[in-house]
Design a protein around this ligand. Structure first.
Ligand code: FNR
Length: 220
């Protein structure tokens, strides 16, 4: 099967128009068929040894979301203290989650024991199962964008909060908590770029020919 030019353009458009969404969610519910398409796209991510170690816990209960939000608030206060004075003040102004606003939360997990102890491709680097689950997150994020659904990744959370709220056992790894819902608009650029937190690196500084070399900061 060949990808047509229009289809190629749609893929790039989706990649460049994807954003991390925090506060702009509408409460409009996500239709079952749309959600199923997005989760099926996530489920078709590549995985080491075709392990498919992920699971998706869907969270629409307000009380559960409130527990997670309380956990975020506490972890966020703890996080702010890790930055120096100016950066901490700027950090405290950032909106870094949409846990209550988003109609749906999705917790992506990784079962590190799925398919037994020896997995093709994971014999030398054990963390490949975790990376596979992150591939599922990216597929989900892009498929959601193609459906005009916003996604926000919230990682300022201790695992214990999600384990308690969602009944996730210790042997299951927590990969991501995602806030998902329709949005009024998608920003053109990452918010952290617009607010001056961090600029986008020039793609050429990420490309190395032959050997790795430390990127030179040109200040551009
Ligand atoms: C593993 C991981 C973890 C997080 C994120 C991303 C990823 C990949 N991002 C989103 C992140 O800030 C965002 O992707 C970048 O700022 C780039 O913006 P766009 O995603 O292009 O809009 C994120 N954003 C946020 O507001 N709170 C968070 O806790 C996190 N955590």
């Amino acid at each position: 099967m060949k990808i047509t030019e229009n289809e190629r353009d749609a893929v790039y458009k989706t990649i460049f128009a994807r954003r991390d969404v925090r506060g702009e969610f509408s409460p409009e519910p996500i239709p079952e068929d749309v959600l199923h398409r997005v989760l099926t796209a996530a489920h078709h991510a590549p995985s080491v040894g075709f392990m498919q170690p992920w699971d998706f816990v869907l969270v629409d209960d307000l009380e559960t979301k409130k527990k997670i939000k309380t956990g975020f608030d506490s972890a966020n206060r703890e996080s702010a203290e890790q930055f120096n004075d100016d950066k901490a003040a700027q950090y405290r102004k950032l909106k870094l989650e949409g846990i209550l606003e988003a109609p749906l939360g999705i917790c992506v997990t990784c079962d590190r024991h799925r398919n037994g102890p020896t997995v093709l491709g994971r014999t030398i680097k054990a963390e490949m199962d975790l990376f596979s689950s992150v591939c599922a997150v990216q597929n989900l994020w892009l498929a959601a964008r193609a459906e005009n659904l916003g996604v926000g990744w919230v990682s300022i959370l201790h695992d214990s909060v999600l384990r308690d709220a969602l009944n996730i056992p210790e042997e299951i790894e927590i990969i991501a908590y995602l806030c998902v819902g329709y949005v009024s608009y998608f920003k053109d650029k990452p918010e952290l770029e617009t607010l001056g937190w961090q600029p986008r690196r020039d793609v050429n500084s990420a490309i190395h020919y032959g050997t790795w070399s430390r990127a030179v900061d040109t200040g551009a």
